[in-house]
Design a protein around this ligand. Structure first.
Ligand code: SF4
Length: 88
């Protein structure tokens, strides 16, 4: 969904985006992502997630997925402090 956010941001800024893809660092490969013009169901899912984000209350949220925090690039500055104890 982040890629769709970047897509719509670029389109709003006047750029023409002909294709979308993501790069996986796990296997060093690129993967094509359906273009919004060709995937109305993905656009609908993107809009549903936006609605969820707009109504989300962060004040009561506690991350419990330790694996996610261990791989998170924001962990060093996370206000939550990550969700595991043996950080180095
Ligand atoms: S380190 Fe913080 S921002 Fe990253 S996944 Fe965990 S709770 Fe979320």
């Amino acid at each position: 969904m982040q890629l769709y956010g970047q897509y719509f941001g670029m389109v709003e800024a006047g750029y023409e985006v002909k294709s979308l893809r993501i790069h996986s660092m796990d296997d060093n490969k690129n993967y094509p992502i359906p273009h919004p013009d060709e995937s109305p169901e993905t656009v609908a899912e993107f809009e549903r997630i936006l609605d969820e984000m707009h109504s989300f209350d962060i004040s009561g949220y506690i991350q419990t997925n330790e694996a996610k925090c261990r791989r998170c690039i924001y962990e060093p500055m996370c206000a939550n402090g990550g969700c595991y104890d043996d950080k180095t």
